[in-house]
Every structure is written in C-alpha cells, then in structure tokens.
Design a protein around this ligand. Structure first.
Ligand code: CAA
Ligand code: NAP
Length: 240
C-alpha cells in the first residue's frame, strides 16, 4: 500500500513541486492550501493530486483536515510543513497583526499539524516530518523580524521533536531554502532582489524542484539515520 503524505501549502510554489516529487516517489499525496481556490483547482487538474482547503494557523482546522485526509487516504506517514507567508516591514512599520500572522501561519502551523499526525505515527512506529525553514531563519534579514523569528523557531522545533520521535522511528528534519523563484520572492521589490541575487554565489534564484528533491530524500528509506538535521539548499548564499 502506498505511503500517505500531507504537504501544507502544496498547491503553489515550493509545495507544489514537493507534492509532485512525492507522488513520483510513490506516495499517495494530499495537498493543503489556504484560500486560493483557483490555483488549487488548476493544481489538481494538472497533477491529479487532491487539494484540501484549511487554514494551518487554526488548530481545530488542522485536526479536522488531517482526520479527513486520513479517512480518504489512510493513516498519514509523512508530513511536510511547507505553508508560509511573509509580511515584510521594518519594526517601526510592522504591526502587531503582521507579527502574529507570520508567527501563527509559519510556526504555529508546525505545532498544529504535528499534534494531529504524531500520535498515529507513534502507533505505527513510522513517520517522516519535514519542516520548511529558511535561510532567513538562519541568518536573519532586514525587514523580517517576524519571518526570521518564525523560521528560526522552526529549526528549534525540528530538533526538539526529532528527539521525541527517534525511539518510534519518526524522523524530523528541516530544509532551509535560500531564495527560490516563486510568487513569494516575486513580491520582493526589484531593486532589493537584484542585490540579493548578486549575493548568491551560484548567481541565480533556486527552483522549487531543487527543494523538492531534498524533501524526497528526507522522507525516503535512504534517510533512516537522518534526524534533527537542517539541510541548507541555498546556492551557497549562507554557509556555516
Ligand atoms: N541591510 C541594511 N540596510 C538595508 C537593507 C539591508 N538588507 N535593506 C534595505 N536597507 C536600507 C535601505 O538601503 C534604505 O536606506 P536609506 O534610507 O539610507 O536609503 C533603508 O534601509 C530603507 O529601505 P527601503 O526603502 O527598502 O525601506 P522600505 O520601508 O520601503 O522597505 C522592506 C523595507 C519592506 C523590508 C524592503 O526593504 C523589502 O521588501 N526588503 C526585502 C526583504 C526580504 O528579503 N524579504 C524576503 C522575502 S522572500 C522570503 O522571505 C523567502 C525566504 O525565506 C528567502
Ligand atoms: P508561495 O508560492 O507563496 O505558496 C504558499 C503556499 O502556502 C500556497 O499554497 C498557499 O495557499 C499556502 N498557504 C499560505 N497561507 C496558508 C494558510 N494559512 N493555510 C494553508 N495554506 C497556506 O510560497 P513559497 O515560496 O512556495 O514558499 C513555501 C514555503 O517555503 C514557505 O514556508 C516559505 O516561507 C518557505 N521558503 C520560501 C522561500 C522562497 O524563496 N520562495 C525560501 C525559503 C523558505 P494559497 O494558494 O491558498 O494561498
């Protein structure tokens, strides 16, 4: 029987590429999304992957969404916490709402989703959780105290949960992408983006499938001894 994977924010950008890579790897994939029904419908038509709308910042919605996926696909073997947003502004201009929305959507979601699937993984003595962090959670970024804090939090969350999962054969890892050519990066002002690209040693933005290949490895049986790690995929922009 095919293993089951949930990918949050799976209908666009990096999440979409992850869904396709996991489907190609033999998973039965469920893609979650937040509100863009048109993109989700297009995604499902083009990929044949079912899409489920719920807000990952909402604890109850995550419990219900995961239960529905389990009913339709079977018990969840792999969770990819990918959904995320930016609300960039310097701290002088950033509102409390900008802060909270980014913390809840990017970091709170990891707790909400892991709470829903971890008990089943523990029972099955198998699980794979991959959390999508960011180079900006590792290095910080001007205009992103909310996002950098949330992504940095994801890296700590990953290491703590990896310790809890290890004895049950549940691995928990993070990927820290650099700048990838999705809608999220397209929203960065051109003059700022030019400077960012100039600082990437390989001289270009990354592609979503370059992140998806990392996820496919981490959820595979080739990665049985990899847990609590952060895989940086950033074109050499941040090395440490
Ligand atoms: N370091 C130091 N100074 C900086 C700076 C930086 N990285 N970026 C801008 N500044 C300076 C500017 O040079 C400018 O200085 P002067 O006033 O002396 O000219 C000053 O700060 C104000 O800059 P802006 O005009 O850009 O200010 P703003 O208020 O209009 O915009 C901002 C601020 C919204 C943060 C804007 O700079 C911005 O959008 N930056 C991009 C932030 C970014 O990288 N976001 C990533 C989004 S994608 C993502 O997050 C995915 C991922 O994980 C990688
Ligand atoms: P994107 O193109 O903006 O796509 C975001 C996806 O997340 C969409 O499917 C969106 O659904 C979904 N989403 C947003 N808020 C949601 C919510 N509250 N509930 C459920 N789903 C929600 O973003 P991306 O660039 O692919 O980024 C994906 C992840 O990688 C994010 O966590 C991001 O922080 C991280 N990342 C991106 C980059 C980069 O350079 N692009 C770099 C490092 C890390 P809708 O379509 O319904 O809005």
């Amino acid at each position: 029987m095919a293993r089951v994977a949930i990918v949050t924010g799976g209908t666009r950008g990096i999440g979409r590429a992850i869904c396709v890579a996991l489907k190609d790897a033999g998973f039965s994939v469920a893609a979650n999304y937040g509100g863009n029904d048109e993109a989700a419908q297009r995604f499902s038509e083009e990929t044949g992957i079912a899409a489920y709308r719920w807000n990952v910042a909402d604890y109850e919605a995550c419990q219900q969404g995961c239960a529905r996926v389990a009913e339709e696909h079977g018990s969840v073997d792999a969770l990819v916490n990918n959904a995320g947003i930016t609300r960039d502004a310097t701290i002088i201009r950033m509102t409390h709402e900008d802060w909270q929305a980014v913390i809840d959507t990017n970091l709170g979601s990891c707790f909400n989703m892991a709470k829903a699937v971890f008990p089943g993984m523990r029972e099955n003595r198998f699980g794979r959780i991959v959390n999508i962090g960011s180079i900006n959670g590792q290095a910080g970024q001007y205009g992103q105290v909310n996002y950098a804090a949330a992504k940095s939090g994801i890296h700590g969350f990953t290491k703590a949960l990896a310790q809890e999962g290890a004895r049950y054969n549940i691995t928990v890892n993070a990927i820290a992408p650099g700048y990838i050519d999705t809608d999220m990066v397209a929203a960065v002002p051109d003059n700022v983006l030019e400077k960012i690209i100039a600082g990437i040693p390989v001289g270009r933005l990354g592609h979503a499938d370059e992140i998806a290949r990392g996820v496919a490895f981490l959820v595979s049986d080739d990665a049985t001894f990899v847990t609590g790690s952060t895989m940086s995929i950033n074109g050499g922009q941040h090395m440490y």
